[in-house]
Design a protein around this ligand. Structure first.
Ligand SMILES: [Zn+2]
Length: 78
């Protein structure tokens, strides 16, 4: 469905080169997991842990915002 997949260990989008998950992939994931936000959050939590290991120089707060921050239901516009 998507070429906007993570290229690891750099965690850049294979489709557009932006830090993954790029905005396009975020929209796709929200559509794929519509009504299952907890499942999506668990998946992104796994990626967050993987990313923390593979991007050791990144700040934890930045990684959190990148992998999980966009899932905040109070900031999400739908
Ligand atoms: Zn992309």
């Amino acid at each position: 469905m998507s070429d906007h997949n993570a290229v690891r260990p750099d965690w850049l989008c294979g489709g557009c080169g932006q830090p993954w998950p790029c905005r396009t992939r975020q929209v796709q994931l929200l559509a794929e997991y519509d009504g299952a936000l907890v499942s999506l959050a668990l998946l992104m939590g796994t990626y967050f842990c993987d990313g923390a290991q593979e991007l050791p120089d990144a700040r934890a707060g930045d990684l959190y915002a990148r992998f999980l921050g966009w899932l905040d239901p109070y900031r999400r516009s739908r």
